[in-house]
Design a protein around this ligand. Structure first.
Ligand code: NAD
Length: 268
C-alpha cells in the first residue's frame, strides 16, 4: 500500500470521471491533492468530496494547454501545499469531429479537429511536465503518470487523431523517463497507464446508442475484452498506487495496460 502522507499530488483533468477517482484514492492514502481542471466546478466537486472524507484537497482552475495558466496554478499550489511530487496527467479526450464515420469520412476530417485532439492529449501532457517537473528536480524525487490508451498500443478503428495523439503520449512517457534519469535523477520516475474501455462521457457516443443499448462497436469491444465488461474507475486505483509507491523505484518508462485483457486477446 502506498504511503503518501504529506506528499503533494497534482491531478490534471481531476474533475473528470477517471481522474476524479484517482484524486480521491491519492487523498485516501495521505496525499495533499491539487485537483486541477479547466472546469472549476468539476474540480471543486471532487475536492469537496475529498475534504468531506477528512482528506486534504484544493481545487485549481487551469488549462493544460496554457503555460501561463499552469504557471499561475503552480504559484497557488506552492502557497497552499508546497512543491509538487506526484503529477498525474489525466486531462485528455476525443471529439466526434475528429472521428471517421460514414457521415464524416477520414478525408473530410477538418484539420482543426485533428489539432484539437493532438493538443489536448499530447501538448496537454507535455506542458504540465515542463511546468511541474522542476519541482521534482528541486526535491530530487517525484513521479509522473501519464494516461494513454489502448489506441496507442494498436490503432482502433475510427479514432484516427486520438490514437495517434495517445501513441505520442506513450512515446513521450518513455522519452521523459530516460531524459530525467540521465540528466537529473533516477529518483524521478515517469510511467503511463493505458486504460482499456471505461464508459465515460468522451466515448459514450461511440459505445451506447440513444436508447442506452450497446452500439455494434460497444458489442465488439465487450466481445474482445476477456473480462467481459467495461472498466470501472476503481479498476485503475491499484495500478496508480503501485506506480506512485516509493517501492516501485525500479519502474520507469513503463506503459501498463489496465484493460480486462483487451490488449492480450487476438480475437481468436
Ligand atoms: P473525462 O472527460 O471525464 O475527464 C477529462 C477531464 O479533463 C474533464 O474533467 C475535463 O474538463 C478536463 N479537461 C479537458 N480539457 C482540459 C484542459 N485543457 N485543461 C485542463 N483540464 C481539461 O474523461 P475520462 O474518461 O475520465 O478520461 C481521463 C483520461 O483517461 C483522458 O486522458 C482519457 O483520454 C483517458 N482514457 C479514457 C478512457 C475511457 O475509456 N474513458 C480510456 C483510455 C484513456
Amino acid at each position: 500500500m502506498a504511503h503518501l502522507k504529506g506528499k503533494v499530488a497534482l491531478v490534471t483533468g481531476g474533475g473528470g470521471v477517471l481522474c476524479g477517482a484517482m484524486s480521491k484514492a491519492l487523498a485516501e492514502h495521505g496525499a495533499r491533492v491539487a485537483v486541477m481542471d479547466v472546469k472549476l466546478e468539476a474540480a471543486e466537486r471532487v475536492a469537496e468530496e475529498i475534504r468531506s472524507q477528512g482528506g486534504e484537497a484544493t481545487a485549481i482552475a487551469a488549462d493544460v494547454l496554457s503555460r501561463e495558466s499552469l504557471e499561475a496554478a503552480r504559484e497557488k499550489i506552492h502557497e497552499v501545499f508546497g512543491l509538487v511530487e506526484i503529477l498525474i496527467n489525466g486531462a485528455g479526450g476525443n471529439r466526434p469531429e475528429a472521428t471517421a464515420s460514414p457521415d464524416r469520412p477520414f478525408f473530410a476530417i477538418p484539420p482543426e479537429a485533428i489539432q484539437w485532439v493532438f493538443n489536448l492529449n499530447c501538448l496537454g501532457t507535455i506542458l504540465p511536465c515542463q511546468v511541474f517537473v522542476p519541482d521534482m528536480i528541486q526535491l530530487q524525487r517525484g513521479v509522473v503518470i501519464n494516461i494513454t490508451s489502448m489506441a496507442a498500443i494498436r490503432p482502433l478503428t475510427r479514432v484516427v487523431a486520438y490514437g495517434a495523439a495517445k501513441a505520442a503520449v506513450a512515446n513521450f512517457t518513455q522519452w521523459l523517463a530516460v531524459h530525467l534519469a540521465q540528466n537529473y535523477t533516477p529518483k524521478i520516475r515517469v510511467n503511463a497507464i493505458a486504460p482499456g474501455f471505461f464508459l465515460t462521457e468522451q466515448n459514450r457516443y461511440l459505445l451506447v446508442d440513444e436508447a442506452g443499448n450497446p452500439t455494434p462497436r460497444g458489442q465488439t469491444i465487450l466481445a474482445h475484452t476477456p473480462a467481459g465488461r467495461y472498466g470501472e474507475p476503481a479498476d485503475l486505483i491499484s495500478t496508480l498506487l503501485w506506480l506512485v509507491d516509493d517501492q516501485s523505484a525500479f519502474i520507469t518508462g513503463a506503459i501498463i495496460p489496465v484493460d480486462g485483457g483487451f490488449s492480450a486477446f487476438s480475437g481468436v
